[in-house]
Write a protein that binds this ligand. Structure first.
Ligand SMILES: [Zn+2]
Length: 75
């Protein structure tokens, strides 16, 4: 089970790793239009996914690094 430092628990805790759709940081109308256009041009099936990790103790999101989670099992 992957472990990472949780700022909430202030120690290393077991992590749950999931794949989630990447969300734009600021969801403006212009960005939404640009996303739709890019999806159309990329074939309509492209969804950007990213790994996210959550502390199993307090369920808060934790920092994710490729080094820590390269062998993590994705749920
Ligand atoms: Zn925690």
């Amino acid at each position: 089970m992957p472990k990472a430092y949780c700022h909430c628990c202030r120690r290393e805790t077991p992590q749950k790793v999931v794949m989630k759709r990447s969300q734009p940081a600021h969801g403006s109308v212009l960005q939404t239009v640009q996303n739709i256009v890019s999806v159309v041009f990329q074939g309509g099936h492209y969804v950007q996914m990213e790994k996210q990790s959550y502390c199993r103790v307090c369920n808060s999101r934790t920092e994710l690094t490729d080094a820590d989670f390269s062998s993590a099992k994705v749920i």
